[in-house]
Design a protein around this ligand. Structure first.
Ligand code: FAD
Length: 487
């Protein structure tokens, strides 16, 4: 078999892989990506883009039916679900063409190598060689001075009796033209899991008209977030009609394409639940199986993620890894901007010999429920576990002038400070535009800001960003007794 040689062979062609390939091109090195499914990976095809598209549509429907202002009458928006799905598919295709497909085979400037993708399942056959087997049965061998593993993650399916024989959806349900795509709005939807995907999709389907039940095994949804956020969001979802059951352990499931039954222990009491569709959204696991990593001696952690150091180098010096496939190694998060940032760093370290370290200490995150949850830095519990003596305050959004002005006071802000220095260690918010506001907090954490820096920065009035300033003031003053903009 003919063997092709590259400076960098990349397993995967998602957002992490593309960022690495772009950097290789900028460095005028040869790189090739490999893709076993759809060009562009999870984010554009079945993750961020389609979910945020439909979440906004569901918000339009909900807001029309629930105007916050006396004097505005509720309006009923009719839903054509197949048309909504079709426009979502158009968005996916346009975005994929524009931001992924159009880059392939292109060399921007003289001297740059064109970006290449080889389609098929890729696996290492030795430490420097990747074999790609196409679905038609042909194979190609790609030899690389360096290899980058950027194969992403897949839905983790828990071991529940009966699940293997029962039809179920996964977090891949919003994909376009792939077999797991959901094309009809379910009358009722049972969701196993209480993490961000379960909550975003659960609220979205409920707003579009499905009867939604969320089953969370732990004592609260979003169990790794601040409890104040979890509890406030639970209340909001319940007020909207989403059934949220905590301490709900699914013992067994059964059913067919029309109805799914689940035997669930809720707070220790047995309950039989049923819904038209079942969505399993328990978690995602790194795609490290069947990659031949063991043949090259690449080590995995206990969650099956590729172990890397701060330069994103694996246990084999010329093999690198980035994106979802490294899981929580080096305190990383599974999110598109993290993988895209790190893909570029890995390529640069591999091909230019730079020694750039990744810094995962400040990664702002948003859950696109309505209102949004946005967090950065440490929670109270995480700071305490690290032996940091901290002080924390939580304020309701009702003290933020903009929230009152626009009649949407849902949510809270919690700030975690290091006691003494008053350095801000973490911020968690639930509120309107929290996903935008969190960037101020992230930049502040990046530069080691204190609560006083938030207070001294003049904020635009009235904005939701003032929530951060007011949270900082709340450590020393009663924020219910402040005039506009006073600190
Ligand atoms: C429903 C949902 C909503 C999300 N929303 C957001 C959001 O709002 N914001 C955000 O930042 N993140 C979001 N995410 C997470 C985000 O999509 C991922 O973190 C990101 O796409 C990971 O990029 P990646 O390049 O590391 O992996 P991927 O995009 O998964 O790419 C890896 C690619 O490798 C391919 N591959 C795997 N194994 C092989 C093999 N052996 N041979 C060849 N190819 C292979 C896969 O087919 C895939 O295309 C969401 C995810 C989901 C599921």
């Amino acid at each position: 078999m003919k063997q092709e040689r590259y400076d960098l062979v990349i397993l995967g062609a998602g957002s992490t892989a593309f960022a690495a390939a772009i950097r290789a091109q900028e460095l005028r090195k040869t790189a090739v990506m490999t893709e076993g499914w759809t060009l562009g990976g999870t984010c554009v095809n079945r993750g961020c883009l389609p979910s945020k598209n439909l979440i906004e549509a569901a918000k339009l429907v909900y807001d029309a039916a629930h105007p916050r202002y006396p004097g505005l009458a509720p309006a009923f928006v009719q839903i054509d679900f197949p048309r909504l799905v079709a426009q979502k598919d158009e968005i996916i295709h346009d975005y994929r063409d524009q931001h992924y497909a159009s880059l392939v085979n292109e060399a921007d400037e003289a001297g740059q190598q064109p970006m290449q993708v080889v389609f098929g399942h890729a696996a290492l056959v030795d430490p420097h060689t990747v074999e790609v087997q196409s679905s038609a049965g042909s194979s190609r061998r790609l030899a690389g001075d360096h290899i980058l593993v950027a194969t992403g993650s897949s839905p983790l399916v828990p071991d529940i009796p009966g699940l293997a024989e029962t039809p179920y959806l996964t977090s891949d349900l919003l994909t376009s033209q792939e077999e797991q795509e959901l094309k009809e709005l379910p009358r009722s939807l049972m969701i196993i899991g209480g993490g961000y995907i379960a909550l975003e999709l659960g609220q979205m389907f409920a707003r579009l008209g499905s009867e939604v039940t969320i089953l969370e095994r732990a004592t609260r949804i979003l169990k790794d977030y601040e409890p104040e956020i979890s509890l406030a969001l639970t209340d909001l979802l319940r007020e909207e009609g989403v059934r949220v059951l905590t301490q709900a352990r699914v013992q067994e499931v059964s059913g067919d394409t029309d109805v799914v039954h689940a035997s669930v222990s809720v707070h220790g009491k047995p309950q039989d639940l049923q819904a038209e569709k079942l969505l399993v959204a328990t978690s995602r696991r790194p795609n490290t199986a069947k990659l031949g990593l063991e043949r090259a001696g690449v080590r995995l952690d206990r969650q099956g993620a590729v172990m890397v150091d701060a330069y994103l180098r694996t246990s084999v010096p010329h093999i690198w890894a980035a994106g979802d496939v490294i899981g929580h190694e080096t305190e990383s998060q599974m999110a598109t901007p993290v993988g895209a940032h790190d893909g570029g760093i890995a390529a640069e370290n591999a091909l230019a010999g730079t020694k750039r370290c990744v810094d995962h200490s400040v990664i702002p995150r948003t859950i696109f429920t309505d209102p949004q949850v946005a967090v950065v830095g440490l929670t109270d519990e995480e700071a305490t576990a690290r032996g940091i003596v901290c002080e924390c305050n939580t304020i309701p959004m009702s003290v933020v002038p903009r929230a009152g002005a626009i009649r949407d006071t849902r949510g809270v802000v919690k700030m975690v400070l290091e006691r003494g220095s008053r350095r801000v260690l973490g911020i968690s918010m639930l509120g309107v535009n929290a996903g935008e506001v969190i960037h101020e907090a992230a930049m502040a954490l990046r530069f080691g800001a204190t609560a006083n820096d938030f207070i001294d920065l003049i904020h635009v009035y009235p904005t939701m960003a003032e929530a951060l300033k007011i949270a900082a003031i709340s450590f020393t003053k009663d924020v219910n007794r402040l005039s506009c903009c006073a600190s």
